[in-house]
Design a protein around this ligand. Structure first.
Ligand SMILES: [Zn+2]
Length: 324
């Protein structure tokens, strides 16, 4: 199992027609064995940690999280995947426990060390968020490699002042003003298994990564430089899964036709496994299986971290040596 940190029917069809043809770009996150990551169940239950950002009232944060989920859910009717919001009920940490978690980091922009033997791991300050996807890592087993078992979203409240761009911006305090919904909708794309629609040096994207047409994703710098004269590049830049965002940006709030087409293609309604049982969150410090292996890679477990909506940052993704 490997943690990797990395959309509906008629609506998607309308979008495709509006764009004059096939979707331009969607990309799946892949394992080292080059298999795309995927969820095998119909329902993903998302729960925030009990302690939310102090930047906004708790009830407003919860509403924004629910709105972000709905931005996807309202568009992916052609997919069997369902994102289901679970209200916070106490402390939750972002680690492999089978409970997809949304966690605000307010003190240090780091994942703390834990009782499983992992040391504190700090992230790039320019990343507004990071999504870690835990998946089965069996490169030689095509059936199982890439099966997602858990995924967590961490939000960087240390360097970002999260706010709701529908309202007047708050008084600045030196942190980057960042629309929470814009960030969350992008991260939810990673959580469902999507990769960025562009690449950059050092982003950790496996060389075998291609878009749904078999093409290597373009460099983010190429997209940004050419988007004003090339409609194809502009379409890529407009996707919710584009790797960078501007401060106060809101355009990633609404998944584009490409983003939606990705989820419908990966999780088509016709192949609904009809499994909506909520996995029992495992004891984060007792645990079993890979939770007991403190260091080093095991045959079946390792983590990959994908940085999320990145503010003017070239790093999008990070590999780590965690075991599970
Ligand atoms: Zn991202």
């Amino acid at each position: 199992m490997r943690p990797l940190q990395s959309f509906s029917g008629l609506l998607a069809l309308v979008g495709l027609i509006a764009h004059g043809g096939a979707a331009q770009a969607w990309v799946r996150s892949r394992t080292n064995g080059c298999h795309p990551v995927y969820w095998s169940q119909s329902c993903i239950y998302l729960q925030p940690d009990g302690e939310l950002t102090k930047d906004l009232p708790a009830d407003q944060v919860q509403r924004i999280i629910q709105r972000s989920i709905a931005q996807w859910q309202d568009r992916i009717g052609g997919s069997f995947l369902r994102l289901i919001y679970v209200p916070p009920d106490g402390p939750r940490e972002a680690r492999f426990d089978r409970q997809p978690t949304i966690k605000f980091r307010t003190g240090r922009w780091c994942r703390p060390g834990d009782c499983q033997g992992d040391r504190e791991s700090c992230y790039d300050a320019s990343a507004a968020a990071i999504t870690t996807v835990f998946f089965v890592n069996k490169p030689d087993n095509e059936q199982e490699d890439g099966l997602i078992l858990d995924a967590d979203i961490e939000l960087n409240s240390v360097h970002n002042q999260f706010y709701d761009a529908d309202q007047l911006p708050p008084r600045g305090d030196g942190r980057t003003l960042t629309d929470l919904e814009n960030t969350l909708v992008h991260e939810l794309g990673h959580l469902m298994g999507l990769e960025h629609t562009c690449r950059s040096a050092g982003d950790g994207m496996p060389d075998c990564t291609v878009d749904h047409l078999g093409q290597r994703p373009p460099l983010c710098s190429t997209v940004l430089a050419g988007m004003d004269r090339d409609p194809r590049l502009r379409e890529i830049a407009e996707t919710t899964m584009f790797a960078t965002a501007q401060p106060r940006e809101t355009k990633k709030r609404t998944p584009e036709a490409d983003d939606v087409a990705a989820i419908v293609a990966i999780y088509p309604a016709a192949r609904d496994p009809r499994s909506c049982e909520r996995p029992r969150p495992r004891d984060q410090c007792g645990g079993g299986g890979c939770a007991l292996a403190p260091h080093g890679r095991t045959a079946a477990a390792a983590p990959l971290l994908l940085l999320g909506a990145i503010l003017l940052c070239m790093r999008q993704r990070r590999w780590s040596g965690r075991t599970c």
